[in-house]
Design a protein around this ligand. Structure first.
Ligand SMILES: Nc1ncnc2c1ncn2[C@@H]1O[C@H](COP(=O)(O)OP(=O)(O)OP(=O)(O)O)[C@@H](O)[C@H]1O
Length: 356
């Protein structure tokens, strides 16, 4: 199962030149700054850019092979835009039914009841789009895109137009989608927090080219990419909820090699969560410390070091039970501690947060 995308599109002052194999399942984030070509790549996949040359093969099906290119309506895709474009004259139920009816019965992979349940639309079915909040409209747009039973779901910054409360409301629905939907999702974003919450895989775009792609945490902590020196640089590790301390509002989570206490609301034991550890929130010590306020300490090994873009700092890539972590410490400390690949240390986590 994979997506093979080889595309070239020339415009005045910009060339998209992309040639990658991407995972055929889960959420792949297309990340990069404004103008890096994220939307252009999605538009080529959707068949909106007739000038684009190359090859698009989606889990074994060719949508484009050099000069042979399927028109948009023959590409089984769902497209969710920044702003939901619902039919204003139809209720939520009507919008969903419209999408569902367009798919021949034999090709339907999702029922209306599933889409309504997965996006929490039960209470909204009789409303018209102008009676919905921005976040609700976007949930309907996602359900409608899913009901087209696509082979590929394209999402272009679906949260960008929402305020932070609406973003927080919609996020849990998005986080559950990959388990519910058996279809790959390409998700465009320029917000690292959003990517940390949602993506399994990350493609980094710059000037229309792919700078690198890989599993989320691998990419976030690679020292040769600009992600590691971003102000919000962080690692995201997989963990399981063990317990909740209601007195202190701390969630105990277990990672592969130890537990962490994370300030977060209650979650049921056994839930899989992502824990985000910002590079600036890691302190490094040569031996376990006692009598400090940080609650979490992890044994780590230095994998590599590099200069930060700020000359006062050094970026350190660490490994903790096979998971890469990232620390941003002063260059002076790195020199005084004589850090080098292979050095064993304790990483003191000042604070960690749940990413989902
Ligand atoms: N219709 C168009 N005609 C000509 N140039 C375009 C057109 N649309 C986009 N571009 C240019 O193509 C480049 C890539 O734009 P694109 O919208 O794909 O970037 P992006 O990474 O999605 O950016 P953003 O995050 O701001 O949406 C930019 O230089 C942009 O100015």
């Amino acid at each position: 199962m994979s997506l093979h995308i080889r595309l070239r599109l020339r415009r005045a002052g910009f060339t998209l030149d992309f040639n990658e194999h991407l995972p055929g399942q889960g959420v792949t984030a297309l990340f990069g700054r404004s103008g890096s070509g994220k939307t252009t790549l999605l538009r080529c996949l959707a068949g909106f850019e007739p000038e684009a040359a190359g090859e698009i093969c989606i889990n074994g099906e060719y949508w484009q092979q050099e000069r042979q290119s399927r028109p948009t309506h023959q590409r089984e895709l769902g497209y969710v835009f920044q702003e939901a474009s619902l039919f204003a004259h139809l209720t939520v139920a009507g919008n969903l039914r419209y999408a569902w009816r367009r798919v021949p019965a034999a090709n339907r992979r999702i029922t209306q009841a599933e889409a309504i349940d997965w996006l929490g639309l039960g209470e909204l079915l009789r409303r018209y789009p102008d009676q919905l909040s921005g976040g609700q409209r976007q949930r309907v747009a996602i359900a409608r895109a899913m009901l087209g039973s696509p082979q590929l779901l394209l999402m272009d910054e679906p949260l960008a137009a929402l305020d932070s409360a609406s973003k927080a409301e919609i996020m849990p629905y998005l986080q559950r989608l990959p388990q519910q939907l058996q279809m790959p999702i390409l998700y465009v974003s320029h917000t690292l927090e959003e990517v940390a919450q949602l993506a399994d895989h990350l493609v980094l775009l710059e000037h229309g080219r792919c700078l690198g792609q890989g599993a989320l945490n691998e990419m976030l902590t690679r020292l040769d990419l600009p992600l590691a020196s971003a102000a919000s640089a962080s690692a995201v590790v997989q963990a399981q909820v063990a317990s909740f301390d209601a007195d202190y509002h701390l969630l105990s989570v277990v990672t592969a090699a130890g537990s962490l206490q994370v300030p977060a609301p209650a979650r049921p034991a056994g839930d899989q969560v992502r824990v985000r550890i910002a590079a600036r929130d890691l302190l490094l010590a040569q031996a376990p410390l006692v009598g400090i306020s940080a609650l979490n300490s992890l044994p780590v090994t230095v994998l590599a070091l590099t200069a930060d873009t700020d000359p006062a700092f050094t970026l350190v890539r660490l490994e903790h039970a096979g998971q890469p972590l990232l620390a941003r410490i002063t260059r002076k400390s790195a020199e005084q501690m004589q850090l080098a690949a292979g050095t064993e240390l304790q990483a003191i986590v000042k604070t960690a947060s749940l990413a989902g």
